[in-house]
Design a protein around this ligand. Structure first.
Ligand code: SAM
Ligand code: SF4
Length: 333
């Protein structure tokens, strides 16, 4: 760890996990994420691979040991495989993962594995091709995404699935996903629909709570809850009958677990975002591009993180909490 010690906020929460958005661009238009006409960042604003690597080293020096690459869609970023290789060389980084829509995994899974990527979370919101393509706003890609998932498994990358559950849209598929989890020995994580969508379609009535999801699954399969890891936003369950696979629920709306949150985010254009639920972000780029030393950058990050928002109890009741702080694709989910 660098001389200045860990990255800590005014409530004593310590950052251990960094989510890096490597691009705001995406080849999909998921209805709960992208606006119809996204305005992309100017390419000059986007951090280079070297800049991302330098900042990651500084974060790791402050005790961050898990990094997840996200976006936009991380696999549309040119050089993303090189980036994985560059990050893998950072000593002190224990885990490197990625969240992806899976479209480019069919060709990139092998190179990503060779570069050192250990695990991917693939977002797959329906097992019905027509519905899936309606949700993601692109036609004719379902089979390709499934091929990508198979390829990732074949080359030895650990795969989890993310499903954003929306009432009246895909909540009738929860048990189908659970069956898939059991058959494939995978973890499927059901995510509550968060009010961070580009088109502002979110309404409280569209949220299916983690509690409802667990209840529904428990009617069919006996579940045993895993001990919760500190800082985890996911409640995880295994199957009591010993079946492989498991499920998780990410209750960011109904039970956000802010009190021991250990995340910090870096946007594609170099802003430190201490909390998803707060509008505050802190632009590192001027410092980064004006010859600042690592110590100066570290001091800036520490000051920004110290201002981290206390958090929310539930986004359903807390009327004072701004509902559409930002769209997910701009910060990385
Ligand atoms: N493009 C990649 C993907 O879709 O996996 C990575 C970026 S995406 C913004 C990260 C995660 O956020 C995905 O699992 C996505 O489904 C989820 N997400 C996007 N908008 C959301 C929303 N409004 N509520 C809950 N999850 C959302
Ligand atoms: Fe793209 Fe991911 Fe957002 Fe879907 S959720 S539009 S795949 S960034």
């Amino acid at each position: 760890m660098r001389k200045g010690g860990p990255l800590v906020d005014s409530f004593g929460r310590v950052a251990r996990k960094l989510r890096i958005s490597v691009t705001d661009r995406c080849n999909f238009r998921c209805l709960f994420c992208m606006p119809k006409n996204p305005v992309w960042l100017d390419r000059k604003e986007v951090l280079s691979l070297e800049e991302i690597t330098r900042l990651t080293k500084i974060f790791v020096g402050m005790g961050v040991d898990k990094v997840r690459l996200t976006g936009g869609e991380p696999l549309v970023r040119k050089g993303v495989v090189d980036l994985v290789r560059m990050l893998r060389e950072i000593s002190g980084l224990r885990s490197l993962a990625m969240t992806t829509n899976g479209y480019y995994l069919a060709e990139l899974a092998g190179p990503l594995k060779s570069a050192g990527l250990e695990s991917v979370t693939v977002s797959l919101h329906s097992l019905k091709p027509d519905r899936y393509e309606e949700v993601i706003g692109v036609q004719g890609v379902f089979e390709r995404v499934l091929r990508g998932i198979r390829e990732a498994l074949d080359v030895g990358i650990k795969v989890k699935l993310n499903v954003v559950v929306i009432k009246g849209c895909n909540d009738d598929e929860i048990l189908d996903f659970v069956s898939l989890a059991r058959e494939a020995g995978m973890t499927v994580r059901f995510i509550e629909y968060m009010p961070f969508d580009g088109e502002r379609l979110w309404r409280p009535e569209l949220v299916v709570s983690g509690r409802e999801i667990v209840h529904k699954v428990s009617e069919r399969f006996r579940l045993e809850q895993e001990p919760r890891e500190s800082g985890s936003t996911s409640k995880n369950f295994r199957f009591a009958d010993g079946s492989p696979g498991g499920i998780g629920v990410i209750t960011s709306v109904t039970e956000p677990f802010c009190s021991d949150c250990d995340r910090v985010r870096l946007t594609a254009d170099g802003r430190v975002v201490p909390c998803l639920f707060s509008k505050s972000s802190y632009d590192l780029k001027p410092l980064l591009r004006s010859g600042a030393s690592d110590d100066e950058i570290e001091a800036f990050i520490k000051e920004a993180f110290m201002k981290k928002f206390a958090g929310v109890e539930t986004l359903l009741r807390a009327e004072a909490v701004p509902k559409h702080v930002r769209a997910m694709y701009t910060v990385g989910g």
